[in-house]
Design a protein around this ligand. Structure first.
Ligand SMILES: [Mg+2]
Length: 347
């Protein structure tokens, strides 16, 4: 009857160095987790991202404690990883994969209301570059089938960013959704000025215009055209405080940073009741966590385009990607559980 839990480290190479907080990273290090319960195996992934989750070292310590808890049969497996988001994500995912597989259902049906979902819409992400290069990258994404483009802004002056956004709007036409993510880099006055111009360019969502701490500022920015989405702010404040301050229209759910699919699902249920939208993005994870994020997104009714097409940021991966991306959507795996081939034995 008991749960067998194991984990092992991995390191994946990134295609390009990635700036995360103050650090530039060239690899993603984490742990694959294997859970076995009543002869059914489930797989999870814990890939910490400093600034968003615990450190790699703390993740490993927490996983060791979870393994000890499984071995001694105390049942306190999730308690051991309660305060370490990435470790909790990995362990809870492996267990959820077990349960969904035992129930012969794809993971998203186990997480959600059980209805069948074939695809979830995804956005492309266009990095910071000059106006010509940004417009060309957005056009290229649309040519590859994306119907939603998210632009990184906030590194340049507001004027420069607005020029970039206008050029993108011209390049992609009126039917493609354009969003921006400022990663908390604007002052309130800059954000007001930016949002005025973004509204003119029919930008649908502005993600994290102000620093994560600015709840009242974000509340003040709502109702000026584009929806206000909080990403870093969700982690800092939690759903309660954001709702109390009416600080967001949309919440960005990063399952690895939130501590697992089950935690993210609780947020979805809650925000749904409150009339907020939720969308799902990854934290540049391996294929196990990316596929889990696709299942989470598929469990959200009428989910807006999500940041799930991030596999191309990795040069090496944990295994074959079971998710096909086509025409701006992720094709949701319909096999039981996560639908990942055996990655435990591979690499
Ligand atoms: Mg963001």
């Amino acid at each position: 009857m008991s749960l067998d839990l194991q984990f092992r480290p991995f390191e994946l190479e990134l295609e390009q160095p990635f700036e995360s907080g103050d650090a530039t990273i060239t690899t993603r290090e984490g742990f694959l987790i294997r859970a076995e319960f009543q002869e059914v195996v489930g797989i999870g992934e814990a890939t910490p991202l400093p600034g968003w989750t615990e450190s790699l070292e703390d993740c490993e310590c927490a996983l060791e404690e979870a393994v000890d808890a499984a071995d001694d049969g105390s049942g306190a497996v999730l308690d051991a990883v309660e305060d370490t988001a990435a470790a909790r994500h990995g362990v809870s995912l492996a267990i959820a994969d077990c349960y969904a597989t035992r129930g012969a259902r794809p993971l998203y049906q186990y997480l959600g209301d059980g209805s069948r979902v074939a695809r979830v819409p995804v956005n492309s992400t266009v990095g910071d570059d000059d106006a010509d290069a940004t417009a060309a990258a957005a056009r290229d994404a649309v040519d590859r089938g994306f119907r939603s483009c998210k632009l990184k802004v906030g590194r340049r002056s507001v004027d420069e960013d607005l020029t970039r956004v206008e050029r993108v709007r011209e390049a992609v036409g009126d039917d493609v959704e354009v969003r921006v993510d400022a990663n908390g880099s604007w002052t309130f006055d800059e954000a007001v000025e930016a949002i005025r111009g973004l509204d003119d360019a029919d930008v649908s969502i502005v993600e994290q215009p102000l620093p994560a701490g600015a709840l009242e500022g974000h509340a003040d920015l709502r109702g000026r055209g584009p929806k206000i989405a909080l990403d870093e702010g969700l982690l800092e404040h939690g759903v309660d405080a954001i709702c109390e301050a009416s600080a967001a229209d949309v919440l960005i759910l990063k399952p690895m940073a939130l501590g697992g699919l089950d935690v993210a699902r609780e947020v979805v249920t809650w925000t749904d009741e409150l009339g907020l939208e939720s969308l799902v993005t990854t934290t540049i994870d391996g294929v196990v966590a990316r596929t889990a994020a696709v299942h989470l997104a598929a469990s959200v009714p009428d989910v807006p385009p999500c940041g799930l097409a991030t596999g191309e940021l990795l040069k090496t991966d944990l295994g074959r990607d079971p998710v096909l991306f086509e025409k701006g959507a992720a094709v949701v795996p319909q096999a039981k559980g996560l639908g990942i081939d055996d990655v435990w034995g591979a690499t």
